[in-house]
Design a protein around this ligand. Structure first.
Ligand code: NAD
Ligand code: GLY
Length: 363
């Protein structure tokens, strides 16, 4: 695609695409578009924290290559992933005369990527779109794999689609402006890949904790590239989460979603909840004799050294149980959890006793 530092292919037959990863490459977005989704018109969607300088750099690069560019700047935060904002965007597409050959370019974190991708999936029965993720969480997780969507008032990510991007452009230098707490939250998903799929990567993260905390550019490229390779492989083999393979990406997430939900989505960032949730899942696996205590401790040490929380906040167990039952992976009373059997391997385990699951909260 371009002479970016690194690239990862997501193999999905006719829906295949490339993830280009490098440092200070936003000025090359015009040439990326030229090769993955040639167009004369782009709508760049971003939020107020990302507009300057990142989205402006993207828009400038597109304009320099002759692409007519409309920029839409939205408020930041999860509440932007709503029906109301989606409607505003559909109307905006009408106003700026988006046609089937136009493209949508998402420049931002997971909120912008999910929302703009959903607009691409739905407007005019589907437009091509480019993901330019600017949070660590979006670079290692949400921009890859085609899950797009918005929230209903009482149900997160409930309306959406599988709609693959035409390409993903990751500039790790955009992380320079990311607040520390958001950066650390993204690291939880990076650790997740080590635990679920790759013991060597987990060991690499242990060895490079210091450089990761200092956001050393070469280490950022390494962790983003390896995470994208691992996610790309899973998505290529189970695009629509049908065979049971993609579900491993939800390690720690059943606990995390329940903790986020009962704390009203105010106390914990998603990655922070995932950090705590992975340790709950490890303790549950230990309790069931599937995992050893030393490996739980190893995960806790790594997560803590990366500045992530590991302690479960005070929560009401009845509400947690309700949240477990409404998890997308559960089927009625059959509680299902992704549990580790060793560092580098997890399995989906069915029919978990609710008391065992609650016991893993440890409070
Ligand atoms: P986010 O998009 O809200 O971004 C976090 C904050 O960082 C926001 O305030 C944003 O304005 C700011 N920001 C983004 N990039 C910045 C930068 N470079 N410099 C300064 N500030 C910057 O949150 P997120 O954690 O990226 O994404 C969370 C969303 O992703 C949730 O809605 C979640 O449901 C979704 N998600 C989707 C998938 C998927 O597969 N589609 C996977 C995981 C999470
Ligand atoms: N973040 C989970 C998935 O993409 O399937």
């Amino acid at each position: 695609m371009i002479d970016s530092t690194h690239s990862v292919q997501v193999d999905l037959g006719p829906r295949s695409y490339q993830i280009s990863i490098g440092t200070r490459i936003l000025d090359r977005v015009g040439s990326v578009v030229g090769s993955c989704c040639p167009t004369q018109h782009a709508v760049v969607v971003t939020d107020e924290n990302v507009e300057q300088p990142h989205a402006m750099n993207v828009a400038k690069s597109l304009q320099e290559t002759g692409v007519q560019t409309d920029l839409v700047v939205l408020p930041s935060g999860e509440s932007t992933k709503s029906i109301e904002v989606a409607e505003q965007l559909w109307k905006k597409c009408l106003e700026v005369e988006v046609n089937r050959k136009s493209i949508i370019v998402a420049v931002g974190g997971g909120v912008i990527g999910d929302l703009a991708g959903f607009i691409a999936a739905t407007y005019a029965r589907g437009l091509r779109f480019l993901q330019i993720p600017t949070t660590l969480l979006a670079q290692v997780d949400s921009s890859v794999g085609g899950k797009v969507g918005i929230n209903l008032p009482d149900a997160k990510n409930m309306v959406g689609a599988f709609w693959q991007p035409a390409g993903v452009l990751i500039d790790t230098a955009t992380l320079d402006t990311l607040p520390a707490r958001e950066y650390r939250a993204g690291l939880a998903e990076v650790v997740k890949y080590g635990v679920i799929l790759d013991e060597e990567f987990f060991e690499y993260l242990e060895r490079t904790e210091r450089d990761i905390n200092q956001r050393k550019p070469s280490v950022l490229i390494d962790i983003v590239e390896r995470s994208c390779q691992l996610k790309a492989k899973i998505v290529s083999e189970d695009e629509r989460e049908e065979s049971g393979l993609r579900v491993v990406l939800n390690y720690g997430h059943t606990f995390a979603h329940a903790l986020e939900s009962v704390t009203g989505y105010r106390e914990l960032l998603h990655g922070e909840a995932v950090s705590i949730g992975m340790l709950c899942a490890s303790r549950l696996a230990e309790h069931l004799g599937r995992f050893d205590h030393a490996s739980t401790e190893r995960q806790a040490a790594l997560l803590q050294n990366l500045g992530l929380p590991v302690a479960v906040p005070q929560v009401d167990h009845a509400n947690i149980l309700k949240a477990f039952r409404s998890d997308k992976k559960s089927e009625g009373n059959n509680l299902r959890f992704v549990l580790p059997s060793r560092i580098g391997k997890v399995e989906l385990v069915e029919h978990i006793d609710p008391q065992d699951a609650l016991g893993a909260l440890g409070n």
